[in-house]
Structure formats: structure tokens, C-alpha cells
Design a protein around this ligand. Structure first.
Ligand code: ADP
Length: 190
């Protein structure tokens, strides 16, 4: 049980929980959002390409995102396991991830779906905007990201549900509590 995906709407706390869970499990967390933001900050060609999509709350094109993930998953540190955060978020990306993993005889073991209601999510993201100043954390873009999540990412969860590997975790409550819920959910899967 070492190849994991954490999925949930923007603001559900995926990044925070991914950092904690990956540390407990001793695997690397791979956040596509973090990789993109790092590249935007460093003004790399990838960052310059991705920025316009990110700022509008749209998905970066698969041609860019898939290659970035393929490269990252070729690193030695993830040979024994990883926790993906933010990828895949379309069914085309699910298929690409299947291909990438199959090439080295791997597959995803489990999907943790963090849930939270919309208004709570919007409030959390607006609070985060004040603290972190992320360009995509303003109300219109937040609502657009939520809509996209429902439109595109629900299908991702459905794909993995068909494989019987999805476990839902309530993302409401304090951070430690949610971490314990996730750890419990993971041990139930073993
Ligand atoms: P959130 O889940 O809060 O929207 P992320 O940090 O996961 O934030 O992603 C921020 C942005 O990065 C997304 O709105 C999108 O533009 C881009 N992005 C991240 N992951 C992907 C992906 N798998 N496919 C396409 N774009 C992505």
C-alpha cells in the first residue's frame, strides 16, 4: 500500500495532509500544483507556459502535465512508493498514469478522497488568499476551480471506484483529526 493518490476539491486540505501522510509512510509526496508554482516562481519555460492556465483556474494542458509527471515518477526516490496530490484530475490523465506505472510493472494501490462542503471550501481558500497571496485564490477563480473539480474530477473518482480502491475521508475538523482519520482509513485497507 505505498502508491497512493489523495484527491479532493480545492481547499479540502490535500497539500497539508499529503505532507503529513507521506512523512508517516516514508514516501515522497508529489504535488503537481507545487511543481507548477515552483516553476512559475523560477520563470522556467514550463512555468511561463503554465502560468496563464493556473491564474485563470484552468487545467494546464495534458501534453505539459503528463510529461512533467512522467519525468517526476522516473526519479529513484519514488521507486518504492509515492503520494500523488493533484494528479490525475481528468480521465485522460488517469489513463496516462496507468500507462506510466504499467511500464515499470506498477499500479496505484489506493485513492484517498477528502470531502468538504462548498461554502467551507470557499471560506478556507479566501482565508488562505490573505495569508499566502496565491493568484488563483480569489472568489471567481475559486468557484471556477470548484466547478472544474466537479465536472472533471468526479469522473476520476468514478474510474477508481470501479476498481474498488477509493476510500472517502471527511476533511472537516482540525488538521490532526483529519490526519488520524486518513491513517485509520489506510490501515483499514491493508
Ligand atoms: P487546488 O487543488 O487548490 O486547485 P493545486 O495546487 O492542486 O490547487 O493546483 C493549482 C493549479 O495547478 C490548478 O488550478 C491547475 O491550473 C494546475 N494543475 C495542478 N495539477 C494539475 C493537473 N493534474 N492537470 C492540469 N493542471 C493542473
Amino acid at each position: 500500500m505505498t502508491r497512493l493518490l489523495i484527491i479532493g476539491p480545492p481547499g479540502a486540505g490535500k497539500g497539508t495532509q499529503a505532507a503529513r501522510i507521506s512523512e508517516r509512510l516514508g514516501v515522497s509526496a508529489i504535488s503537481t500544483g507545487d511543481i507548477f508554482r515552483h516553476n512559475v516562481k523560477e520563470l522556467t519555460p514550463l512555468g511561463l507556459e503554465a502560468k496563464k492556465y493556473i491564474d485563470a483556474g484552468n487545467f494546464v494542458p495534458d501534453s505539459v502535465t503528463n510529461n512533467m509527471v512522467r519525468d517526476r515518477l522516473a526519479n529513484d526516490d519514488v521507486a518504492e512508493g509515492f503520494l500523488l496530490d493533484g494528479y490525475p484530475r481528468t480521465t485522460a490523465q488517469v489513463e496516462e498514469l496507468d500507462r506510466i506505472l504499467a511500464e515499470s510493472g506498477q499500479k496505484l494501490d489506493a485513492v484517498l478522497q477528502l470531502t468538504a462542503d462548498d461554502e467551507e471550501l470557499v471560506q478556507r481558500l479566501l482565508r488562505r488568499a490573505e495569508i499566502e497571496g496565491r493568484a488563483d485564490d480569489n472568489e471567481d477563480v475559486i468557484r471556477h476551480r470548484l466547478d472544474l473539480y466537479k465536472k472533471e474530477t468526479a469522473d476520476v473518482v468514478a474510474r477508481y471506484s470501479d476498481r474498488g480502491i477509493v476510500t472517502q475521508v471527511d476533511g472537516l475538523g482540525d488538521i490532526d483529526e483529519v490526519t488520524e482519520r486518513i491513517m485509520d482509513a489506510l490501515s483499514d485497507l491493508r
